[in-house]
Structure formats: structure tokens, C-alpha cells
Design a binder for this molecule. Structure first.
Ligand SMILES: Cc1cc2nc3c(=O)[nH]c(=O)nc-3n(C[C@H](O)[C@H](O)[C@H](O)COP(=O)(O)OP(=O)(O)OC[C@H]3O[C@@H](n4cnc5c(N)ncnc54)[C@H](O)[C@@H]3O)c2cc1C
Length: 499
């Protein structure tokens, strides 16, 4: 068992500042890691390295290249606030365009040279007032501050199905899609029905000879219209900042209302539910409609947004298979009714291990306390940003960040602004900063209590939001609530010690 090691006086003014020579290691070159580096550079820090295990930046948008991959938050909101892009081609951006946008911003802000590719961090150990970060090839990086931006939906989950490895055709998780495999006119199997699967169904319906969708749980799907931004509109946005800003605010208030519907407003929830019900009612075949009707509340699982799913799923090439999978064989998938579904390609849209955040990395904080010990029961964090006993170790988009209520980009920006305030203190006063265990527990309990009563906790479904106790690991706050909560650190919640 680890114990609170609250040994220091709260404020130390006498330590040596480390100032602009402070060393930073950022783990992960996705949207969050790149954002952190941009902001540190703006503050005048030069000693920054981003350790990225893959061969390219971009995280989610590098890994997910399946047919139809897109963002379901409006593109203008899924952009950095300081790098507005008037040129988004439609309301919802496609995956490759998102990757290009973030790559361009990283290049413009001179962040690309800071990235060390093929550098998987395997451990971070605190010793003598600093951190030693080690990569899988044995390189060692000494640093004053570690910022983990390792992604929440990053570790693909593969289902345990008998014979999975025996399939003779191409088989992959949706986050490992092989674009070289031809799809037109082929028989494709898709296991899973979440957001990625819905995008794939919409993209492949009518293109594949047959698309067999193996469904365990039907999803609530909220129809949206992905309206193109005509060239003259994009030009207007580029010329007139005011016009662009007005559109941005309109999108933001719509998204905020959508977020609130998930967690707070009864009226908003009813209106949202009705949209999903109406879309379902428009399915012509009653048998298909019955298969696609969930038995849990709208919004309990992450709501799926789609332009075109309800039409696409009715195409004759699409078969929604509800009999459970018995096994996988070289020719395809055998369901419990004994039927063999012959396939050329098999895709697993089976999601991610959202609870693997940071792990399997080994993190050892002060006094030899490990992250595994601190997170044995629950991922204990302070405001999803800092961890007790891990001084000067910070996180972006960590466990209990808000989700499903707004754009992750806005959330990351709010968290980074808060982190910068902590960093100002760390480098300005030359201190070690870690949250008090008690403050972290209080904060976490308040978040858990709120989320327990949200539809994520009460809606009667299983989802990746839930921890092993059945409590959602998400903060229900909307973006503006989060921004208010993170505007100023409550310094009493931190332990401060000289380095
Ligand atoms: C298919 C899909 C669609 C999504 N759509 C939306 C959406 O519409 N709206 C929305 O708000 N969010 C969406 N998300 C969530 C999305 O993950 C976030 O919006 C955002 O991309 C997260 O960025 P990130 O930088 O925090 O994490 P990531 O993009 O996951 O990046 C983490 C980076 O860390 C690296 N890394 C991890 N571990 C290590 C290690 N040990 N050492 C070195 N490097 C490491 C990874 O390789 C990766 O590059 C979607 C996610 C998925 C998977």
C-alpha cells in the first residue's frame, strides 16, 4: 500500500528557478502532444522533445484510415482555436483532411523537428528531483517535466473468438486498416457496430458485393447532414474573420446544446431522443428495424452521428447478422445457428481499451510509488491532469476528462492552459508540484457522483465509458464548464517542494 507523503510546507519561495532552460518530455505526437509543444514554444521554452512510438505524428488520425473515417464534431470546432481553418470542405471533416490540417499546423509552428519517431516510452522514473524517461530501444531522456499525451482511444481491442487467427483472407482492426486491400465487389465482414463501424457501413454499402455486419448491440444513431462548405463560403470565411467567427459561435452553441442533452437538460434529451427514434422509424423493413432497435437509453453508449447510415444499412448488399459469432474459420465467420458467412475480408470494429491510458508504461514516482499502485482501484487523478505522488508529471486527455459532450480539441486546450499555469509555477519557483491525495480523491468522487447519475451510468447499457465498478470514467462537464473549472489552479490542492 502506498501512503500520502504530505511532508512539505505548501509554498516554497526560496528554490532556484529553472526558467527557460527547463526540460520537457511530451509522450505522444497526436493533437494533444503537438498542442502542448506549440504552447511551450510560445512561452519561450526550447528544451522540448516529443517521444512518439510510431513513424508519423497525428495519433488517431494517423492510425484510423478505414473507409469513411471522419470526425463527428463540426470541423471548425475540431481545430485549434489559434489556428482557425476557413478551408474545411464540409461541416464534418474527413480523416485524411484532419491529419493534413494538424500536420500543417505542427509544421508552421516548428514542432515537427521536436518529434523523435520510433520512440516508444516504456518507463518514467522520478529520481533526485527530475524524471528519467526511457524508450524501448534503451535511450534515456532526463527531464524536469513529463507531459503524457498518450491518447485515450489508442490501444485497439481484439475480441477473443475461437479461430480468429485462422481466417484465410485479410483481417485487421479498424485502427490498423490496410488501404491496399481491394474492397469493391468483395465479401466483407465487419464485427462491431460503434461509430467506426457505422462510418464503414455507410462508405461500403453498395460498393462491397456483400457486407455482413456482426452485431452484438444495436446503436442509437443520430442523423446529421454533412453540408459542404461551398468555395464562395470558404472564401468568405477567409476574407471576413467576422463571418467566420459568427459561424464558429453558432457551431459551438449547437455542440454545447448537444453535449448538455447528454448529461443535463431533460428537454434537450427528449428532443434528441425523438430525432433518433424518427430516423429508426423510417427503416422500411420491420425485421431490420427490430434488429437495429436498442434496448437501452439514447446516449448511454457514445451516440453515433451519421449522414447516410439509415439509407446505407437498407441496401441489399448489407446483412445485419444478430446471431452470435460461434467461431472464425478460414472461409469466414460461423454464427451460432451453424451458418457460414463466407468472406474475403474481415474487419474488427471492436474499439479501444480506454482504460489502458499511459499503461503498459512503467511510471515510478516519489518514494518508489508506482502508477499501478496509485491506480490499483481507480485511475486516481486531480482534474484528470495530475497524479498524486508524481511530481511535475502531467497529463492531457487523461482518465475522467470530459468526453462525448464536446470536441476533444477544446478539452485539450483547456487542460493545456491549466498545465501552463502549473508549469509557470514549476519553472518560476523551481519547485516540484504534485496534487494532494485527499484533494484528488475529493475531486474524483465528485466527478464520479455526477457521472453515475448521467445517462452513461443509468441508461442500462455496457460501454467503454464504464470502469470495473460500472461507473463512467468521464466528466459530465461541457466545454464552457470545464474552461471555468480550469481557469485558475487551486494551489492549496497541491503539495509544493523545492527541487
Ligand atoms: C476513429 C475515431 C474517431 C474519433 N472521432 C472523434 C470526434 O469526432 N470528435 C472528438 O472529439 N474525438 C474523436 N475521437 C477521439 C480522438 O482520439 C481525439 O479527438 C484526439 O484525436 C485525441 O488526440 P490525442 O493526441 O489526445 O491522442 P491520440 O490521437 O491517441 O495520440 C496519442 C499519441 O501518443 C502515442 N503514444 C501512445 N503511447 C505511447 C508511448 N508509450 N510512447 C510514445 N508514444 C506513445 C501514439 O502513438 C499517438 O500518436 C475519435 C477517436 C477515434 C479512434
Amino acid at each position: 500500500m502506498y501512503r500520502e507523503q504530505d511532508v512539505a510546507a505548501p509554498v516554497i519561495e526560496t528554490a532556484m528557478p529553472i526558467g527557460k532552460n527547463a526540460r520537457f518530455v511530451i509522450i505522444g505526437a497526436g493533437i494533444s502532444g503537438v498542442l502542448m509543444a506549440i504552447k511551450l514554444r510560445e512561452r519561450g521554452f526550447r528544451n522540448i522533445v516529443i517521444l512518439e512510438k510510431a513513424a508519423a505524428m497525428g495519433g488517431t488520425w494517423r492510425d484510423n484510415v478505414y473507409p469513411g473515417v471522419a470526425c463527428d464534431v463540426a470541423a471548425h470546432l475540431y481545430s485549434y482555436s489559434f489556428a482557425g481553418n476557413p478551408w474545411w470542405r464540409s461541416r464534418y471533416a474527413k480523416g485524411p483532411d484532419i491529419w493534413k490540417y494538424y500536420h500543417r499546423v505542427a509544421r508552421r509552428h516548428s514542432v515537427l523537428p521536436l518529434i523523435e519517431y520510433h520512440s516508444e516510452v516504456v518507463s518514467a522514473e522520478f529520481a533526485d528531483g527530475a524524471w528519467i524517461v526511457t524508450t524501448s530501444d534503451g535511450r534515456r531522456f532526463d527531464t524536469d517535466v513529463v507531459i503524457a499525451a498518450a491518447g485515450r482511444l489508442h490501444a485497439p481491442v481484439m475480441p477473443q473468438i475461437e479461430g480468429r487467427e485462422s481466417f484465410a483472407g485479410a483481417a485487421f482492426h479498424t485502427a490498423r486498416w490496410n488501404p491496399a486491400i481491394p474492397l469493391a465487389g468483395r465479401r466483407i465482414g465487419l464485427i462491431g457496430t460503434g461509430s467506426s463501424a457505422t462510418q464503414i457501413i455507410t462508405a461500403l454499402s453498395g460498393r462491397a458485393a456483400k457486407l455482413s455486419v456482426f452485431q452484438r448491440t444495436p446503436q442509437w444513431v443520430f442523423p446529421v447532414k454533412d453540408t459542404p462548405n461551398a468555395w464562395w463560403r470558404r472564401l468568405g470565411f477567409w476574407i471576413s474573420k467576422r463571418q467566420w467567427h459568427r459561424y464558429y459561435l453558432q457551431l459551438r452553441s449547437e455542440t454545447e446544446a448537444r453535449g448538455k442533452a447528454a448529461t443535463a437538460s431533460e428537454e434537450g434529451r427528449k428532443a434528441r431522443d425523438q430525432v433518433c427514434l424518427d430516423a429508426l422509424a423510417a427503416i422500411r423493413d420491420p425485421q431490420l428495424r427490430a434488429k437495429l432497435t436498442p434496448d437501452y437509453d439514447v446516449g448511454c453508449k457514445r451516440l453515433v452521428f451519421s449522414d447516410g447510415f439509415h439509407e446505407a444499412v437498407q441496401h441489399e448488399s448489407v446483412d445485419i447478422v444478430v446471431d452470435p459469432i460461434d467461431r472464425i474459420v478460414p472461409e469466414g465467420v460461423v454464427t451460432s445457428d451453424g451458418r457460414l458467412h463466407e468472406l474475403d475480408v474481415l474487419a474488427f470494429a471492436t474499439g479501444f481499451d480506454a482504460h489502458a491510458y499511459i499503461r503498459p508504461m512503467k511510471v515510478v514516482g516519489e518514494g518508489g510509488v508506482t502508477l499501478d499502485e496509485v491506480w490499483r482501484d481507480l485511475p486516481l487523478t486531480y482534474r484528470a491532469i495530475a497524479i498524486p505522488h508524481m511530481p511535475n508529471f502531467l497529463m492531457i486527455n487523461g482518465p475522467y476528462s470530459p468526453g462525448g459532450t464536446s470536441s476533444v480539441v477544446g478539452i485539450a486546450e483547456a487542460q493545456v492552459d491549466y498545465i501552463l499555469q502549473l508549469i509557470d509555477r514549476i519553472v518560476g519557483a523551481g519547485v516540484l508540484l504534485s496534487p494532494r491525495e485527499e484533494s484528488s480523491r475529493d475531486w474524483l468522487e465528485a466527478i464520479r457522483e455526477k457521472s453515475r447519475h448521467s445517462v452513461w451510468g443509468t441508461g442500462g447499457c455496457q460501454s467503454w465509458y464504464l470502469d470495473k465498478t460500472g461507473t463512467p470514467t468521464l466528466d459530465t462537464s461541457t466545454l464552457s464548464e470545464l474552461q471555468a473549472q480550469l481557469s485558475t489552479p487551486q494551489w492549496d490542492d497541491f503539495i509544493e517542494r523545492p527541487r
